[in-house]
Design a protein around this ligand. Structure first.
Ligand SMILES: Nc1ncnc2c1ncn2[C@@H]1O[C@H](COP(=O)(O)OP(=O)(O)OP(=O)(O)O)[C@@H](O)[C@H]1O
Length: 595
């Protein structure tokens, strides 16, 4: 049996002990459920669907209002500067995070998912949403009993020899209790929050409506933002997260991938005691990776822990293509012998073999500083739309290539978080659609870098990655040479066939020109904008004439004592002036774009 599997299963082979399980271990899980149980509305038994619709749409409409308000120069009393806008943006992002917390589990999870979508939200939001921690109250033991007994169809004492009524941790989706099986194995039992599936179904139904609204919105739905597919992806991930059998399967795969590594520990799944809402895992206590004082008191080497974490991630990303998508400090602990324990396998990232190859193309493009090649590979990856405007994208990619790749940076000074920040900023400004995997990788690696720096201020992800990178570059340069020769061969072929075909094509073109059949198609963004401006100006003109006509009508009708008709005409004039206002605003926007 491999070292880790042996170690991890130590508790399984321990001699049966007297019940109850002693709760004072040298290594005790430090997270505890929040004691002050705030009375969240979503947690109430009599929380109606209608109320939920109002709460969620209210939140969403307020966001839209704030966006409109913040876009107006005159709302900045101390001046419309970059700094003031960013401060306001930060304030809104904090408010969004707090409201999502209030709205409960679905929104906590959606927020955590959105914190990886730098292509959809500004940087401030991404930063705030990634701070979205589950701070929800634990649910009472009576409900735990009801769920566990409902899932297994028998009373708790028949399933477990001991079951601790106090959870060791409570999160938005469920809570974790310690227990002991009749075979004396010590386990933890993850019990899903009651009513979660129902809440998810209601919330996702409402969110679908919002996604559809955004999709059809003239402003938010344009520019390639496909809100309904984004919603579908989120809903799929969320529904998977509340299927504990899926989490169990992920834990098994992860455990298998690290079976030969004594540095990494993954709890074993007890399938006989697991169901979609209850997951029973081997009890693996440890010190939270961010509890530096306890780590030092236990004589553990922080520097080596940081390196183990980074190495394990490189293995996940580059070898296994299966990685823990949420490596926050709550999900990693350290065992007494310095091995890392991973918890929570609800959200895992997969890198498909096809994607790996396309990513290699991107790497090759980056290594050759070929912005066009990078763009082509990103189109292949689905990160950029086929018909996107290449000019601004090329500019951004060239910027990244010059600043991060071509610079004679030393591996020591390379800061992954900084690069991620730049990619995020660029992604928001350009029409990128990051595939979820890509952003998961970015987020996982920068979270890990933060964890590493906390453990060891001199930690650098790239130090650990260097041997992997060297290996990759060696393969790449060989691949690059082959690729270069291939390309050269292809180009020679193309040139020769072009030379042969050229006279015929010129002749054909000239013939069509003679016949007056030659059509020239050009696309000018400026012209399109000018046309839009003309169109809006024409509509504005019509509205103005109609407005004047209705106003005159209402005055004439009023003087002729047709009061009701006069009011109706005046009302129509009011509507027209509103429409005219919108047209004028649109014109103003087009003018700004043209400048
Ligand atoms: N096998 C285990 N052995 C010991 N403690 C565990 C084990 N699994 C989980 N825990 C403890 O319970 C905590 C919560 O576990 P986990 O993150 O799996 O729950 P969760 O409900 O999925 O949380 P979240 O909703 O944040 O994803 C962990 O941080 C850890 O402290």
């Amino acid at each position: 049996m491999p070292a880790c599997a042996q170690n991890c299963s130590a508790s399984a082979t321990r001699k049966p002990r007297e019940v109850p399980v002693p709760l004072c271990y040298p290594f005790v899980i430090v997270s505890a459920p929040p004691s002050s149980a705030k009375n969240y509305r979503w947690n109430r038994v009599n929380y109606s669907r209608t109320r939920r619709v109002i709460d969620i749409w209210g939140f969403f409409l307020l966001i839209l209002f704030y966006r409109w308000w913040d876009s107006k120069k005159w709302t900045y009393r101390s001046g419309d500067s970059e700094e003031n806008r960013s401060r306001r943006q930060r304030m809104r992002a904090i408010w969004t995070r707090e409201t999502m917390l209030e709205l409960g589990p679905t929104f906590i999870k959606v927020g955590q998912l959105f914190s990886t979508r730098a292509d959809l939200f500004p940087k401030e939001y991404i930063e705030e949403l990634s701070r979205l921690q589950d701070e929800v109250p634990a649910f009472p033991y009576e409900q735990v009993v009801e769920i566990v007994e409902g899932q297994f169809g028998k009373p708790i004492p028949q399933v477990f020899q001991f079951f601790d009524p106090t959870p060791i941790a409570a999160a938005s989706l469920g809570q974790v209790h310690r227990a002991q099986l009749h075979s004396s194995e010590e386990v933890v039992v993850k019990v899903q929050r009651p009513g979660l599936e129902k809440l998810f179904n209601v919330d996702l139904g409402i969110l679908r409506g919002i996604a559809q609204y955004l999709q059809n919105h003239p402003r938010y739905g344009r520019g390639g933002r496909e809100w309904v597919p984004i919603y579908d992806e989120c809903a799929r991930i969320l529904m998977l997260e509340i299927d504990y059998l899926n989490e169990g399967r992920n834990a098994d795969t992860f455990r298998r991938n690290f079976k030969d590594s004594p540095e990494i520990c993954v709890p074993r799944v007890y399938w006989r005691y697991s169901s979609p809402k209850v997951l029973t895992l081997e009890y693996l206590p440890g010190i939270k990776i961010s509890n530096y004082a306890a780590l030092e008191a236990a004589g553990l080497d922080r520097r080596s822990l940081a390196r183990i974490g980074a190495r394990s991630y490189l293995q996940q990303l580059l070898n296994d293509g299966f990685f823990h998508a949420d490596p926050h400090p709550g999900n990693i602990a350290v065992r007494h012998d310095g091995a890392l324990i991973f918890y929570d396998f609800g959200m895992m990232g997969h890198i498909q073999p096809g994607t790996k190859e396309k990513l290699m193309d991107t790497f090759l493009g980056v290594a050759q500083s070929d912005a066009d090649k990078v763009i082509d590979s990103l189109i292949e990856l689905g990160a950029i739309k086929k018909n996107a405007d290449r000019v601004p994208i090329r500019r951004s990619i060239e910027f990244l290539l010059t600043n991060f790749v071509n610079q004679p940076y030393s591996m020591q000074s390379f800061n992954f978080a900084e690069l991620t920040d730049d990619i995020y900023e660029m992604a928001y400004e350009q029409p990128f659609r990051f595939p979820a995997t890509f952003t998961f990788v970015l987020r996982a690696v920068s979270t890990l870098e933060g964890l590493g720096k906390g453990l060891d201020p001199d930690f650098n992800f790239m130090d650990v990655a260097q041997p992997f990178a060297d290996q990759l570059m060696a393969v790449n340069s060989e691949f690059g040479m082959r690729e270069l020769l291939n390309q050269l061969g292809q180009q020679v072929g193309q040139v020769s066939s072009m030379t042969v075909n050229l006279p015929r094509r010129i002749e054909q073109t000239l013939e069509r020109a003679d016949r007056g059949e030659l059509r020239v198609r050009t696309k000018s963004i400026e012209t399109e904008r000018l046309l839009k401006r003309l169109n809006s100006a024409a509509i504005g003109g019509i509205y103005s004439v109609l407005l004047a006509a209705f106003l005159i009508c209402s005055v004439v009708l009023y003087t002729a004592d047709h009061i009701l008709e006069a009011i109706a005409a005046f009302g129509l004039a009011g509507l027209l002036s509103f429409a005219l206002g919108r047209v004028l605003l649109r014109l103003q926007r087009i003018d700004t774009d043209l400048q």
